[in-house]
Design a binder for this molecule. Sequence first.
Ligand SMILES: [Zn+2]
Length: 358
Amino acid sequence: MDKAQIGNSDLISTVNSRLILQAVRVMQPTYRASVARQTGLKPATVTGIVNDLLSQQILSEVPAATPTGSDESGTRWGRPPLMLQVNADAKRIVAIDLEPDRIRVALTDLLVNVLNYQEQAIDRFSEPEAIIKTMLKLAGRALEDVDRQQLQGVGVSLPGLIDREAGVLISSTNMPKWRDVPIRDILQKELGVPVQVERSIHLAAVYEKWSDPNHAHRTTLMLTLRTGVGISIMHHGHLLTGRRGFEGEIGHTVVDLNGKACECGGKGCLETFVSASAIVARAAEMIHQGKCQGLLTAMRGGTDLRPELIYKFAKRGDRDCARIVQEIGKYLGIAIGNMINLFAPDEVVICGSIDMVE
Ligand SMILES: [Zn+2]
């Protein structure tokens, strides 16, 4: 067998393993026959891979709740058939979310139940070395009681443009010091386990797909509102990604030709109206004009000026804060309307770490 054939058969069995794991996760507890039906794989292939996953303890077997039958006296007989489920505790995963102003680290099991969570605010103008050091410190804390053998890998969510093949963060408008940083290799060397990187906007779509298998039949636009704004497009379960990660930059589409200067060098970008920093800047400007006095009082009481606070005041009936929220809605509406005309999606999902939508 030549090298290419070995590579192909490895790849096929990896892909099939993932398909089977995914099917078990969605249907669990479930039977081997159901997994074969769901994945379209031959029963013999399913049996082989399931046995392998059972020996690695990634899957486990549980007796079915209903016994196989009972005799005339009503006495139950027969061993209940065995069903498959994911052994969530078999492995641990570390998820690192790098946002320009915050790092979040979660330790999870195989079913993404969060077992440990660490978070720290950062200065987005810091050198990459300092920020990576903080990431490693938080990951170290999350992994304190974890046997490294049990660690399956680390997934890193990054803002900005990436080269996902090379694991490099090419640039990020909101973190100007980051230029071609080989973040995957740096973290891999320090943590000693496989590391994968992806853009945060795409990971939101990946999670949608993971949590709802019906995405395989839909076109979804996923708008992520965070420090910046991005969009991810998933068509029939596949992410549309551009060359070298240059995609999803809806935040830098122009919605007002006479708008403010944007950090990207443009003018009137969507991000200058709806990003977390733009919302906060707008509120600060209004406070300066003698408006949004409720916010000022809250800030004097020690509360941080964050988008969540502005939204809370708008909901309570503060007219100035309501105006800010209306403006956000207006510009988001323009951008989303354009995207709907382009892609005719089945649904638009708005998500993010700024709690401006319900
Ligand atoms: Zn811009």
